[in-house]
Design a protein around this ligand. Structure first.
Ligand code: TXA
Ligand code: MG
Length: 337
């Protein structure tokens, strides 16, 4: 039985006790909802993989309530890493650091590194603090599905598979944290996310972006870089390039008679599409709003039972890079214009 609990102090205490006794608690962070367990307890962590249907070779992020506790989970922390923690924690930046031996191999999929972050969400911080433990937490969705940005999304994917869902309302950022490997020079973004490339470069200078396809990390494919991931049920087509907007409209007009078509659209594009009969999910105006709503939009269109979801690219500056990354992984097909 999964309990869906509102965010009260009492419920945070109950959830913390559940974590301490080896249970699973979904909780909001500033990015997406996480599915948390005691990071030091192999059995508890194993339950995360089972609940999500996640393969064991996909390592988890360990969440702390304070940067000062990083030495509990990681060691040999470089100056660059310290600078980044100071600049961006609490916040949506996950650092890949050499792991402490006490972190179970299951958390890191046998790697000698561990992914760590301090989330910038009062409920997440209260839970970690009350549990008094580092909390391992992937996004709280079934493996391969879009990440959850509301407690209802978590309920939809994981009801009956986990102990508690703490409902803290919609998550403000809406895409996952930036995963940064600081063991290389320059550091490399393994997954673009809530802290943008520009923000990182303003603090530590040039960084590299991991190539989207084919490249591997220390011999293993970086698991978060599965090409098909974060996907809605309906087939999603992404339109890239200068003519993306008009190509999308044209595609819609030819497909609309044959299939039920949904569109994820920024406000500026929405009205024209609605007038021509599309089922439109409005992402709002600007990259912050688009990021916040992109996963909810995919889930909403699935609920409308569409066969096809169309979306255009929103560029690569700021949060645009993370949005593009998730759309590419969600897409069955990308059309370059
Ligand atoms: O915003 C987020 O990061 C959310 C919230 C809940 O914190 N969590 C999240 O976790 O998105 P998950 O498990 O869905 O994604 C974790 C990513 C994966 O891409 C995984 O491959 C990568 O982090 N990762 C974890 N440990 C790693 C390691 N030691 N080396 C390289 N990549 C690692
Ligand atoms: Mg995930």
């Amino acid at each position: 039985m999964t309990r869906l609990l509102p965010a009260t102090l009492e419920n945070v205490a109950i959830a913390a006790q559940t974590i301490r006794s080896g249970g699973l608690v979904a909780f909001p962070t500033e990015t997406v909802y996480g599915l948390g367990a005691n990071a030091l307890d192999t059995n508890a962590v194993a339950r995360i993989f089972a609940a999500k249907g996640r393969p064991a070779e996909d390592p988890l992020i360990v969440h702390l309530d304070k940067a000062e506790r990083v030495s509990l989970v990681a060691c040999s922390i470089s100056d660059v890493a310290h600078t980044l923690m100071h600049a961006f924690w609490p916040g949506p930046l996950t650092l890949i650091l050499p792991k402490q031996p006490q972190i179970p191999d299951l958390v890191t999929s046998g790697l000698d590194t561990v992914a760590v972050r301090v989330p910038d969400h009062p409920l997440a911080l209260a839970l970690i603090q009350a549990a008094g433990l580092p909390i391992a937490a992937p996004s709280a969705n079934r493996f391969g599905h879009t990440s959850p940005t509301t407690a209802q999304h978590v309920w939809h994917d994981l009801q009956s598979r986990i102990d508690i869902i703490l409902d803290g309302g919609p998550t403000p950022i809406g895409v996952e944290s930036t995963v940064l490997d600081v063991s290389t020079h320059p550091p490399r973004i393994l997954r673009p996310g809530g802290v943008t490339r520009e923000m990182l470069e303003a603090v530590i200078g040039p960084i590299k972006l991991l190539k989207q396809r084919g490249e591997t990390v220390k011999g293993l494919p970086s698991p978060g870089l599965l090409e098909k991931h974060y996907a809605p049920r309906a087939e999603l087509i992404l339109f890239l390039g200068e003519g993306a907007g008009s190509a999308l409209t044209k595609y819609f007009l030819t497909e609309k008679h044959a299939r039920r078509v949904g569109v994820l659209a920024a406000d500026e594009d929405a009205e024209a599409l609605e007038k021509s009969g599309a089922i439109v999910y409005r992402l709002g105006a600007g990259l912050t709003s688009i990021a916040r709503h992109i996963y909810a939009g995919m889930r909403w269109l699935d609920e409308q039972d569409v066969d096809l979801i169309l979306c255009r690219d929103f560029g690569e500056s700021g949060l645009g890079l993370a949005i593009r990354d998730r759309l590419k992984r969600a897409a069955a097909r990308t059309i370059h214009t």
